[in-house]
Design a protein around this ligand. Structure first.
Ligand SMILES: Nc1ncnc2c1ncn2[C@@H]1O[C@H](COP(=O)(O)OP(=O)(O)OP(=O)(O)O)[C@@H](O)[C@H]1O
Length: 256
């Protein structure tokens, strides 16, 4: 469970990233966060694993405050949270296997990881993770030899190898075409349903959000302006979130 308790974030230059966010995300949910560029989606997501520090309030992960945690406690909480980025964040010159194995880093000592000594069992977990995203045959290729969609699926496999309970995905399909978008989003749904990993995904396109989310959170200027089941997220709701009538900029198309 992820809980925001009256969370606000003001950047050092005075910009308000989040304002009084108070909500709970239960295990197994597939939450999609929508809003215009600059609405606070990244700030929201990155506050959860403390890639951004909040300036007020508290965030709890399974009843433990990540905002108050430090040292080994913070390390352990973070191990439960996988992150997927728009630009994949792979080590491009390393093999697919190495990239997926890096999901195991949180389970071992720093020294062991500097020496690159992953136990056999980790390799089996990494292999299984690659199989789950149908990329087993790419295991020994260099990451940058793969297509964008395949690279994103390697980053999903890395989060699987991490055995995370929560996956935060920050615009995971923003650099992908509609066909590849579907594959990546289908992988996230599969993981959510089969492995019961909770998903919190930032998306720009309304049709993609509607197709995959079970719950929509709408942000405008750092405030939650909608939070409800996807069935309640009507066109009016989306226009309100976006502060304007929805147009083709907010629809990807071809994601049926
Ligand atoms: N490091 C920073 N310093 C100052 N202001 C920032 C910083 N990062 C983000 N902001 C501001 O905080 C607000 C929220 O930004 P955020 O990146 O969370 O929005 P977003 O909805 O994810 O946008 P996008 O879809 O463009 O990524 C914006 O006004 C942005 O300019």
């Amino acid at each position: 469970m992820i809980e925001f308790k009256n969370v606000s974030k003001v950047y050092p230059n005075g910009t308000r990233g989040l304002k009084n966010v108070d909500l709970r995300i239960d295990d197994g949910e597939f939450v999609v966060v929508v809003g215009l560029s600059g609405a606070g989606k990244s700030t929201f997501l990155r506050s959860i694993n403390r890639l951004h520090e909040v300036t007020e309030g508290e965030i709890l992960i399974n009843d433990q405050s990540i905002t108050a945690a430090s040292g080994s406690d913070l390390y352990r909480i973070r191990r439960d949270i996988g992150m997927i980025f728009q630009n994949f964040n792979l080590v491009r010159r390393s093999s697919v296997m190495r990239n997926v194995l890096s999901g195991r880093v949180g389970y071992h000592s720093t020294l062991r990881m500097i020496l690159g000594l992953f136990p056999k069992q980790d390799k089996a977990i990494a292999m299984q993770s690659l199989e789950r995203v149908n990329l087993a045959e790419k295991t020994y290729m260099r990451a940058d030899e793969l297509s964008g969609g395949q690279q994103q699926r390697v980053s999903i496999a890395r989060a699987l190898a991490q055995e995370a309970k929560f996956i935060l995905a920050d615009e995971p399909v923003a650099s992908l075409d509609p066909m590849t978008t579907k594959q990546v989003m289908d992988d996230l749904v599969y993981i959510n349903k089969e492995l019961n990993m909770t998903m919190v995904v930032n998306l720009h396109f309304i049709d993609v959000a509607r197709k995959y989310a079970t719950r929509i959170i709408g942000l405008r200027e750092g405030e939650i302006v909608f939070d409800g089941p996807v069935e309640d997220a009507t066109d009016e709701v989306f226009s309100n979130i976006y502060g304007k009538p929805i147009d083709e900029d907010e629809v990807l198309g071809a994601v049926k």
